[in-house]
Design a protein. Structure first.
Length: 335
């Protein structure tokens, strides 16, 4: 038995008798399925139906939109930019020159000793966070570093642990890294005076680290007689180490605020990715200045830079006709 679909039959009759210009165009709405890469958020893109009026149906463009895990929101960008500009002004007037004088005038062995001593004080914080991240091997290495440098290294002035036969590298870690390791997002970005670039997660993690220090090293580290000189030396040491980095971020093209913000966020994410085993490169901690040229990736919502303009060929210059001789007795008058 033959079954004929009435709608199909009527459509066929209409298409047979209608002129080509009146053939209706099918209306199709296509939903594009976007596969998100790890660490990215995506939104499905719906392609609107083709307008009626005939013609071939064009294939929809597939647009992949995503946001990297490092792209912390910046809802207070206007306030942050003002704080950045004020901090930069103070840095150019006072902090930068003092830090450069410290780097030039203080002999390198003394500066390196101060650097090692201050970093050795943070080893208990590094140890605790490696334990929280279940990285027991690195936690034990950190204990070994602290024991060797605090004794053989004269309270940390000499980094003997990284030398033979120990070869225990210095590693950076903190509670903010532990939060990121377990998937806690950055939260809003902030630029705070005296603190610099940070996020809600990093600000909270740093506060926890400061609680760990007196618990592991004793209340002496919070005594103003020790804390104030150590804080000043730490700030000078850090500013001197990052002098070239700041020059690249602030003075070599682009928006200095955007460069500083995104460099900070990308380097923080690189630290956490390395803890998760997603990066095999040698990413230094935030306390170590980069040794290679800085390349800051743009955000996913950044406006693409304009395409380079092709140079216009220059026609050979035509020599102007020789001017008529001027009577030296006449004075030219502008009209």
């Amino acid at each position: 038995m033959l079954v004929v679909n009435t709608a199909m039959l009527l459509s066929a009759m209409l298409l047979r008798d209608a002129p080509e210009t009146l053939v209706p165009t099918p209306v199709i709405a296509t939903e594009v399925v976007v596969i998100a890469l790890p660490g990215q958020q995506t939104t499905p893109q719906t392609v609107p139906p083709a307008p009626a009026g005939g013609g071939a149906i064009q294939q929809p463009d597939i647009v992949v939109t995503g946001r990297g895990a490092w792209e912390a929101p910046d809802p207070l960008s206007k306030v942050n930019e003002q704080a950045f500009k004020a901090t930069e002004a103070v840095d150019k007037a006072v902090v930068g020159p003092v830090a450069r004088a410290y780097k030039q005038k203080v002999p390198s062995p003394i500066r390196r000793g101060i650097h090692n001593f201050l970093y050795n004080l943070r080893e208990p914080v590094v140890f605790v966070n490696f334990v929280l991240q279940h990285k027991i091997g690195k936690a034990l290495e950190t204990v070994g570093r602290f024991a060797i440098n605090s004794t053989v290294g004269v309270i940390g002035v000499f980094d003997m642990a990284k030398r033979k036969p120990f070869k225990l590298p210095r590693r950076s870690n903190g509670f903010a890294n532990t939060l990121g390791f377990y998937g806690v997002p950055n939260g809003p970005f902030m630029f705070l005076p005296l603190v610099g670039p940070t996020t809600v997660r990093d600000l909270f993690g740093g506060a926890i680290d400061r609680i760990v220090l007196p618990v592991t090293l004793g209340q002496g580290v919070t005594d103003p007689k020790f804390a104030i000189p150590a804080g000043v030396l730490g700030a000078l040491d850090h500013r001197a180490e990052f002098d070239e980095t700041l020059v690249q971020l602030h003075d070599r093209g682009g928006d200095p605020y955007v460069n500083s913000r995104d460099f900070y966020l990308q380097r923080r994410q690189a630290e956490i990715d390395r803890l998760k085993g997603r990066s095999t490169g040698s990413v230094g901690g935030m306390t170590e200045a980069p040794t290679a040229p800085i390349r800051v990736r743009p955000r996913s919502d950044a406006v693409d830079p304009p395409a380079p303009v092709e140079p216009v060929p220059v026609e050979p210059a035509v020599s102007p006709p020789a001017a008529a001789p001027v009577d030296p007795g006449l004075v030219p008058v502008d009209r």
